[in-house]
Design a protein around this ligand. Sequence first.
Ligand SMILES: [Mg+2]
Length: 218
Amino acid sequence: MIDWKIIDTVLLDMDGTLLDLNFDNHFWKEFVPLKYAQQQGMDLALAKQQLQPQFKRMEGQLEWYCLDYWSTALQLDIAGLKAEISGLIAVLPHVTEFLEKLQKTSKKVLLVTNAHRDSLGLKMEKTCLQPFFDGIISSHDLGLPKEQADFWKLLQQQQPFDKKNTLLIDDSLAVLNSARLFGIAHLISVSKPDSKQPKKDVADYPAIEDFRELMAGL
Ligand SMILES: [Mg+2]
């Protein structure tokens, strides 16, 4: 699937790529509506109905990933709520083996995420993956989400990489599309970002179900 010899930089997404998206899905689809319903004294079904279009509207925008934005919009302590169910934060199968193997090479490994710094901090604390990366970049620090092609230009200014020899692994098609538009040559998707959901069909990019598929030749 990938010729490791030509790759010198590996960009890795966090949620849905290295970490089980079940945490985020459960958090936004069940836990937040539940807390919102309790706070507003409304029915859970109604709370879900009210929140869904609000979430939909912000998709792909930096605010969607911003805990402060949602804390204000919903009048809930979003960071605190995340910490409350942090037991659900989990590394996807074979990720640690893959990162260990990658660390033994001379390749530069960057975690590149749309997650807010608070969320990122909580997840690194829970998973202990931090030492595997040469750098951790939150799109909030650069001011653009990964879904915008200019994000990659800003990233490249901060962390120089050669587009031809760079691999990005990300479960978001919108993110892969923006990276392709920018010119990153090697793009791989993830077909099972959420361990509790069925495998997704990914048409536009080669996709892995888990990281064993990428370990040959590394
Ligand atoms: Mg993701």
